[in-house]
Design a protein around this ligand. Structure first.
Ligand SMILES: [Zn+2]
Length: 142
């Protein structure tokens, strides 16, 4: 890719986030939910040494994980909203994976205080909420 192309790409407002199934642009249906590491293992999985990971968590309690978040997207082809774990891997490059349960547990502010819902329950509930709040914007864009 030439530098000019790269510039054009990053100037584009639309993030290069595509449906992993259909390869089409996805419409964001939620805010970004930042991820926090609350256990040393979370940091070790991301390349920190065991000692560093232990020290960080001991001192900070939770450590923000940069460049990763959870976000809901609507796919025209899937005809539904899905939650994804998004990883920023370049200026305008992202990888998406379906959000597994252990990631939900790392997100602050979205965990029910009465217990951890399963991903399925949570996704359904949250998707309804998101659709409800986001439906006007969605139609305006469409
Ligand atoms: Zn799709």
């Amino acid at each position: 890719m030439s530098q000019q192309q790269q510039r054009n790409r990053s100037r584009s407002k639309r993030r290069a986030i595509y449906c992993p199934v259909h390869g089409v642009y996805l419409d964001s249906m939620s805010q970004k939910y930042p991820l926090y590491a609350s256990k040393p293992e979370h940091l070790q999985q991301r390349g920190f040494g065991r000692k560093t990971a232990l020290t960080l968590v001991a001192h900070l309690g939770t450590v923000p994980i940069t460049g990763e978040w959870l976000e809901a997207f609507w796919c025209d082809h899937c005809q539904r909203t899905e939650w994804y774990h998004v990883r920023k891997v370049g200026a305008n490059a992202y990888t998406l994976t379906s959000a597994p349960e252990d990631l939900w547990l790392q997100v602050t502010g979205v965990i029910s205080p009465t217990g951890n819902p399963t991903v399925g329950e949570f996704t359904r509930r949250q998707a309804r909420q998101t659709r409800f709040e986001g439906v006007k914007d969605f139609h305006r864009i469409g």
